[in-house]
Design a protein around this ligand. Structure first.
Ligand SMILES: [Zn+2]
Ligand SMILES: [Zn+2]
Ligand SMILES: [Zn+2]
Length: 87
């Protein structure tokens, strides 16, 4: 569980449902082309809405390493794992 840090929100939610929570409760439009301020703890700069999802997962949710399904390697980010699998 992780505590939502959006503005005054203190709801505890599962990491996997955070994006849904942000979208429904805080009305974030992840598909928007406009820039918006990240309201998480009020510490972030204005960022592109389309990159908000990634932003939250990388900056505000200390995600556990992603394990490779075919070997014992772990990666800090899904991107790295994808490259590993492709390479
Ligand atoms: Zn919240
Ligand atoms: Zn942020
Ligand atoms: Zn591997």
């Amino acid at each position: 569980m992780v505590r939502c840090g959006w503005e005054k929100c203190t709801v505890e939610i599962r990491r996997s449902t955070l994006v849904d929570h942000l979208r429904t409760v805080h009305e974030l439009d992840f598909a928007s082309k406009t820039k918006g301020a990240c309201g998480w703890n009020g510490t972030c700069k204005w960022i592109q809405a389309s990159s908000l999802r990634k932003h939250f997962l990388e900056k505000h949710l200390d995600l556990p390493p992603v394990a490779c399904p075919t070997c014992t390697s772990t990666f800090g980010r899904g991107d790295s794992l994808r490259r590993h699998l492709e390479g």
